[in-house]
Design a binder for this molecule. Structure first.
Ligand SMILES: Cc1cc2nc3c(=O)[nH]c(=O)nc-3n(C[C@H](O)[C@H](O)[C@H](O)COP(=O)(O)O)c2cc1C
Ligand code: SF4
Length: 488
């Protein structure tokens, strides 16, 4: 990565300076000099493809809140967040957040679970979102609302945020060490996988009965669906060949079609990855995390534990298998794809580019715009190759005040079909709406990538924008977060 000093975007006042910075980094991120009038804005263009209609080009990417009740129901904090999703004006709500297919599949004890005892909670989530959406947009015409279904696999923590209970598909020479897993730690058996697949079928049926439009079969960020794709070393019918590594996807899709006909299906995919990173010990001091460096991997070549990575040079991407995966989605008539990268657990700089690291991360190894550019470039290549799929893009929040100036050409020039926002929604859900309606941006509400929304859950607290959202800023939770950070 470039060793040039990182430009703090919060201090950049005009788009020309931002464009010059992009140029100096030599990253492929498009950026317009000005925003066009609402009548010409690509944000408003409806999209109709493969039997799916989306009323505009704005999407909310899934964001877990760690704030459900212990029995898997939404809490008042969850409702509050979903109302924000509605108020954003986005016509595509991609999953809202990761929802576990069973209690033991949770990544934290406060994750939502799709189950008979939570159906009323999910019905209310849907209705509060739609109500706020109608208030903002005048109608819910063209609103497409999905649930992201997940099994947390290696990152299961159903009974305590500090009590990992990994369910792994294969051993990983670096990640097993991080989780202190012995060589004989059991991998999920094929019979256990069959039961998990059934859980996906049952959960998807419940989603359909509740009136949601689609489910996302999550294949990203190191969770179970993603780990299948890198199960090169697993024996048996779910490991080894591409066909075996995608069997989980095919079996889940097949059962959803049988159990919930009419429910649309999407996949959120980590389209590429890199090896796990850690803070450089030589440059860490006094509680300050050093810049991220890759874990030693030279003795692991060819690297057989990644998806979308070059086995000879695993810090570099290789899109040949992701291309096969998207072809398979086309074949299965799965029209919705949301592209992301890496994992928040082992390479957060790639997955959610930020100026400030989360408590279990490291300082940025280079200008975070480089990783934004990597995600954009991979998405662009895949979009160009698969014009019939509806492709949602990711990693826009780091662009801060310049987000709409980048999103506008990304849509206009076909880099992506729909722009998906994550962290920015926690603090300024209306950012794209303001831009598309020709209003000035509210700079005080811009996400500055402080990463507290990731640090809080790592310390057992609900996620949320602690620095900018007054609800958290003036709460007891802020005090607890400060104490957790000081202890580190
Ligand atoms: C607090 C938090 C929770 C997240 N939870 C999920 C999740 O449940 N499912 C998912 O696919 N991605 C999740 N993500 C990743 C985001 O959807 C998104 O990919 C990432 O934040 C980068 O986009 P951004 O730059 O707009 O924030 C989460 C991110 C954050 C910050
Ligand atoms: S805590 Fe707030 S400002 Fe910080 S990254 Fe999260 S949303 Fe952005």
């Amino acid at each position: 990565m470039s060793s040039a000093p990182i430009l703090r975007l919060g201090s950049v006042k005009d788009v020309q300076r931002f464009r010059e910075h992009l140029h100096s980094l030599d990253v492929a991120i498009p950026c317009d000099r000005e925003l066009v009038s609402p009548a010409e804005s690509p944000f408003w263009l409806p999209l109709e493809r493969g039997g799916i209609r989306i009323g505009n080009r704005m999407a909310i990417n899934p964001m877990e809140g760690w704030d459900g009740t212990p029995d898997g129901n939404p809490s008042e904090l969850t409702f509050r967040r979903w109302q924000k999703f509605g108020r954003s004006g986005a016509k595509l709500i991609w999953g809202g957040e990761a929802v576990a297919v069973s209690p033991c599949a949770r990544a934290n004890p406060n994750q939502l679970v799709m189950a008979p005892n939570t159906s009323k909670g999910f019905a209310r989530l849907r209705s509060v979102l739609i109500e706020d959406h109608r208030k903002t947009m005048g109608s819910d015409d063209g609103l497409l609302l999905g649930i992201q279904l997940t099994h947390s696999g290696r990152y299961c923590r159903p009974h305590g945020h500090d009590r990992p209970e990994p369910r792994i598909l294969h051993h990983h020479p670096i990640l097993d060490r991080r989780l202190n897993l012995p060589d004989d730690y059991p991998v999920l058996t094929d019979a256990e996988i069959a039961m998990i697949i059934e859980d996906f079928h049952t959960a998807a049926r419940a989603v359909w009965e509740l009136g949601y439009d689609f489910v996302d079969i999550k294949h990203c960020h190191g969770y179970l669906g993603h780990e299948f794709l890198s199960a090169h070393t697993r024996e048996g019918k779910y490991g080894g060949s591409f066909e075996n590594r995608t069997r989980f996807l095919r079996e889940v899709v097949e059962g959803i079609r049988a159990n919930a006909p009419g429910l649309q299906i999407g996949v959120r995919l980590s389209a590429f990855d890199t090896v796990p990173f850690r803070p450089d010990p030589a440059r860490s001091s006094n509680g300050k995390l050093g810049p991220g460096i890759p874990e030693a991997y030279e003795h692991l070549i060819p690297y057989r534990w990644g998806f979308g990575v070059d086995p000879q040079h695993p810090t570099q991407l290789d899109l040949s298998e992701p291309i096969r995966f998207l072809s398979l989605l086309e074949e299965l008539q799965v029209p919705l794809v949301n592209l992301t990268a890496g994992s928040p657990y082992y390479n957060p700089h790639l997955q959610r580019p930020a100026l400030y690291p989360p408590s279990d991360g490291y300082s940025p190894p280079g200008d975070p715009l480089i990783c934004v550019g990597q995600q954009f470039n991979a998405t662009r290549q895949l979009k160009q190759r698969f014009p019939n799929l509806i492709v949602v893009g990711t990693a826009y929040s780091y662009l801060q005040d310049f987000l709409p100036y980048v999103a506008q050409p990304a849509l206009r020039d076909g880099w992506v079909d729909v722009v998906g926002l994550g962290r920015m929604i926690l603090t300024y859900p209306e950012i794209l709406l303001d831009a598309a309606q020709g209003r000035a941006l509210q700079h005080k509400r811009i996400c500055r990538t402080f990463s507290d929304c990731t640090t809080a859950p790592r310390n057992g607290l609900p996620s949320g924008c602690y620095p900018l959202d007054t609800y958290y800023k003036h709460s007891d939770m802020m005090v607890q977060l400060a104490a957790a950070k000081a202890k580190r």
